[in-house]
Design a protein around this ligand. Structure first.
Ligand code: NAD
Ligand code: UDP
Ligand code: UDP
Length: 323
């Protein structure tokens, strides 16, 4: 592609787990990519392999502040995603979702370009409808410890739809269900990275509650494929659309699987369940199937295998450097 045909794509949160994989796919497809990230939970390590790439540029910037750049498409992923990290500075989390959305929508408005929002299954809260369909409005505590994230993301969705109605911005809203894979932050507290790191070090596996709560785990490759299909839909399709793997597992089942697959001598321990922890979660993906012709392909065991290999390498490097 020559300079004139090439798409210029902005990825906010591009130094994070999903953002860095998205950037790899966009570059492979010939786009020019600008990554904007304040490196709060992201890491330049995720982008090391791109530093000399001629179509890649990194900008350290907080999306809570205005941003004046020239691009053709925006993927807005900037936001800490794990409960440990989004609860570390909850005010900043809400600001990132809300001020970040306003600034990126303002940018999309000026540039008249498409913008995709990385929303979340957390907009359904502790759901009373199972599996969750997009038409369900959710059951969210507005004043709890998860609210900075849940309500921040809900308000971001509101802003996306109001910019769409009021300013005719072309929007795409993806509601992402728990996604895992290589490049997750090893200490970000999410269940897949926690259990694998604990198992590899033969430490206790920390189950919160009795482990009967469920989650549905999507491998990152499937998710990124869904993102790109969504961005490529026509102007009439806005979402919100669920992206996730409908396979549903209890947290105890996940722990046992990880122990089994790593051959670990770790033991299960049962700890207090954090407040407002959703008891069940599973996406209804009929809309993604019909509108995006998308469904996940990677089974939990296959995805876990690759994720375990990534963390094994990480642990080896840590041991080698003594850090
Ligand atoms: P991540 O923490 O690895 O990535 C988030 C990135 O955003 C990081 O690089 C971080 O440094 C950056 N960031 C945070 N605040 C910022 C700010 N104010 N300005 C600029 N950059 C900022 O998490 P992830 O799993 O890659 O998640 C990416 C997006 O997808 C997030 O918006 C998250 O809410 C959403 N999401 C992820 C999942 C999942 O299971 N992975 C599920 C639902 C939604
Ligand atoms: N904005 C930005 N980059 C742009 C255009 C706008 O960061 O290229 C920010 C701008 O600073 C504003 C926000 O986006 O705070 C919302 O923009 P909008 O045009 O909707 O609102 P207004 O500027 O009228 O308040
Ligand atoms: N969880 C757990 N042990 C851990 C980390 C998480 O039992 O070390 C549980 C957590 O309580 C929740 C589920 O695993 O029920 C998924 O947690 P995660 O933080 O990955 O994401 P969530 O879906 O809650 O945002």
């Amino acid at each position: 592609m020559n300079y004139h045909d090439r798409k210029r794509v902005l990825v906010t949160g591009g130094a994070g787990f999903l953002g860095s994989h998205l950037i790899d796919r966009l570059l492979a497809e010939g786009a020019e990519v600008l990554c904007v990230d304040n490196l709060f939970t992201g890491n330049k390590r995720n982008l090391d392999h791109l530093i000399n790439h001629p179509r890649f540029e990194f900008m350290r910037h907080d999306v809570c502040l205005p941003l004046f750049v020239e691009v053709d498409q925006i993927f807005n992923l900037a936001c800490p995603a794990s409960p440990v990290h989004y609860q570390y500075d909850p005010v900043q989390t809400t600001k990132t979702s809300v001020h970040g959305a306003i600034n990126m929508l303002g940018l999309a408005k000026r540039l008249k370009c498409k913008i995709l929002q990385a929303s979340t299954s957390e907009v359904y809260g502790d759901p009373e409808i199972h599996p969750q369909v997009e038409s369900y409005w959710g059951n969210v505590n507005p004043i709890g410890i998860r609210s900075c994230y849940d309500e921040g993301k809900r308000c971001a969705e509101t802003l996306f739809f109001d910019y769409h109605r009021q300013h005719k911005i072309e929007i795409k809203v993806a509601r992402i269900f728990n996604t895992y894979g290589p490049r997750m932050h090893p200490a970000d507290g999410r269940v897949v990275s926690n259990f694998i790191m604990q198992a590899l070090r033969n430490e206790d596996i920390t189950i919160f509650g009795n482990g009967s709560q469920t989650r549905s785990f999507c491998y990152y490759e499937d998710l990124i494929d869904g993102f790109l299909r969504l961005m490529n839909t026509g102007p009439d399709f806005t979402g919100p659309v669920n992206l996730g793997n409908p396979g549903e597992f209890t947290i105890k089942e996940l722990a046992e699987l990880v122990i089994d697959m790593t051959g670990s001598s770790s033991k299960l321990t049962f700890n207090d369940l954090p407040s407002d922890d959703p008891t069940q979660r599973k996406p209804d993906i009929s809309l993604a199937e019909s509108e995006l012709d998308w469904q996940p392909k990677v089974a939990l065991k296959a995805g876990l295998q690759k994720t375990i290999e990534y963390f094994e390498q990480f642990v080896r490097e840590q041991d080698d450097t003594g850090s």
